[in-house]
Design a binder for this molecule. Structure first.
Ligand code: XMP
Length: 517
């Protein structure tokens, strides 16, 4: 396995995902691991990732010395290259000016990292690579025994290597897709240079997870809160394969789900797969508690707490359950170096409602703890879950509760469910579902005048929201074709009598959020 040391760059997780895509297992750790921890990790190679700090600044982070003494290959990227240079006796110069964007680097003969990898050959025979740069500081003197691997006019030492020790450094970012040969460079490092096997495949991940679950659980029993979302669905499928009837799922229908969602979850897991699922129909309870409440945060709390009460109740009815399964995934687990250096800030997204009480007397089973979202999806497919379920847009825990503005009522939820289903159906039909990251309808409890035939209609408004985003922290409103919006709006107004007007939300995040509440 490969060790990736994080110095706080937003790209660190991307490096890890790229390495895993190549089929090599890796883990991200913060830069301040002790030497002993590095030795115990026993990596076949180490990648020093980027970071927002400046190496010449006193107190800036360094890699543990052990990294350079293990006798394994080391690959420094951006800040990682700079701290490698500094720690091994080279020199880094600070700079106020940042170089950001495309650059063409000239390759120098020799080092195996770039061997045979290039984008163009110039007239004078020099091989060129198109790369993505993002840096201010740069290495101005290489450590002894290093040779120059590549350069640009503004960055004479753009890549360096100590071929004997297999230490490499690049100033550019091989992990971003703008660096066209980045995947090959990373693969060259982890596979050819470090000698890792490419065994990290969905089939192996599944097999491995099943065996680990069997070993952990033995013949005891596991409880899972199944929401129908990707993570809990994959956990259910996996545990069902691993321990069969020792798994019990609780699925709470809070009345704020999408159209037919409860039935679909039951059909999929209980009927088709034979998973033991207890369905709790709690619509009345949730809507009763929400009655009269218009404040979004209070609504969130009510929904979250009601869920916990119900789940607690159901758990109490079961006997001899020892484990609680959770769909925690790797990005929730990575201890971010960003929070340690305090430079890059992490904006915490909402906790999933479904967060369970801490005083529950269960051991945890978290089979997805090491996986990125894209790996969870591939694992889901491997376990036989349908594509549409595994590649579904995210759906917030409070569901339609935060998509009905103000007070939640059953009538509103019923109208919204139908409008939302029409929108999603047309997105799928037109091929736009997979091109957007999240899309849904929002219910506005205001009335607007319309005309149908000879009659005047005075009914509610629905807003459509569709966004494109990578991380859900920032998002751009999706530029859906007018024809598609026309079809959706026409169908909603014609098919749902209580809606007289449809609008499209053209706000990006920030300053607007993705949800309306
Ligand atoms: P916002 O609206 O903050 O949403 O731009 C970002 C992402 O988070 C989801 N979201 C939630 N998820 N409980 C959740 O489990 C919540 O209370 C909640 N609020 C927003 C939202 O759907 C989007 O994917």
């Amino acid at each position: 396995k490969i060790l990736i040391l994080d110095f706080g760059s937003q790209y660190t997780q991307l490096i890890a995902r790229r390495v895993r895509e190549i089929g090599v297992y890796c883990e991200v750790r913060a830069f301040d691991m002790t030497d002993q921890e590095v030795i115990d990790f026993d990596p076949k190679g180490v990648i020093l990732a980027g970071g927002p700090e400046s190496v010449p600044e006193p107190g800036s982070p360094r890699a543990p010395e052990a990294v350079f003494n293990l006798g394994v290959p080391v690959f420094g990227i951006c800040y990682g290259m700079q701290t490698m240079a500094e720690q091994l006796g080279g020199k880094v110069q600070g700079s106020e000016v940042r170089e950001f964007g495309y650059a063409q680097i000239r390759k120098h003969d020799g080092p195996s990292l770039f061997d045979d990898i290039q984008d163009h050959v110039a007239n004078n025979g020099i091989a060129l690579l198109d790369v993505w740069m993002s840096h201010g500081d740069k290495v101005v003197a290489m450590p002894e025994e290093f040779t120059l691997m590549a350069s640009t006019d503004s960055c004479p030492i753009a890549a360096m290597a100590n071929e004997t020790k297999k230490f490499y450094g690049v100033q550019f970012h091989p992990e971003v897709t703008h660096t066209l040969q980045g995947g090959r460079i990373l693969s060259r490092f982890v596979v050819d240079i470090c000698g890792c096997d490419t065994l990290w495949t969905p089939a192996n991940i599944a097999q491995d997870a099943i065996e680990r679950m069997q070993a952990q659980v033995g013949d005891r029993k596991v409880l899972l809160a199944l929401s129908g979302g990707v993570d809990s669905s994959v956990v259910a499928a996996l545990l069902h394969k691993a321990i069969g009837s020792q798994l019990t799922c609780v699925f709470v229908d809070n009345g704020l789900l999408r159209l037919n969602e409860g039935d679909q979850v039951m059909k999929m897991f209980a009927d088709n797969m034979g998973v033991k699922v207890i369905r709790v129909d709690a619509e009345d309870l949730f809507l009763g508690k929400l009655a009269g409440e218009a404040d979004p945060e209070v609504k969130r709390k009510i929904i979250g707490n009601t869920f916990i009460d119900i789940f607690d109740d159901e758990a109490g009815k079961l006997t001899d359950v020892d484990f609680l399964a959770q769909g925690t995934i790797y990005p929730d687990v990575i201890e971010s170096a960003a929070s340690k250096t305090g430079k890059a800030h992490v904006i915490k997204s909402h906790h999933n409602v479904g967060g369970l009480p801490e005083d529950m007397q269960f051991e945890l089973v978290e089979p997805l703890r090491e996986l990125f979202k894209d790996e969870v999806r591939k694992l889901g497919l491997e376990l036989g879950l349908p594509y549409d379920m595994v590649y579904r847009h995210p759906f917030p825990g409070p569901g339609l509760g935060v998509r009905i503005l103000g007070e939640v009522k059953k009538d509103y939820a019923d109208i919204l469910r139908r409008a939302d289903a029409i929108f999603i159906e047309e997105l799928r039909r037109s091929g736009w579902y997979d091109k957007t990251s999240q899309a849904f309808a929002v219910f506005l409890p205001v009335k607007s005048v319309g005309v149908v035939g000879d009659g005047r209609r005075y009914e509610y408004v629905v807003a459509l929201r569709a966004v494109e985003t990578i991380d859900f922290m920032t998002a751009r409103w999706a530029h859906l074709p007018y024809e598609l919006l026309e079809t959706v709006s026409g169908r909603i107004i014609n098919e749902i009598e209580h809606i007289s007007r449809v609008t499209y939300d053209v706000s990006s995040k920030p300053p607007a959020t993705i949800e309306w509440e």
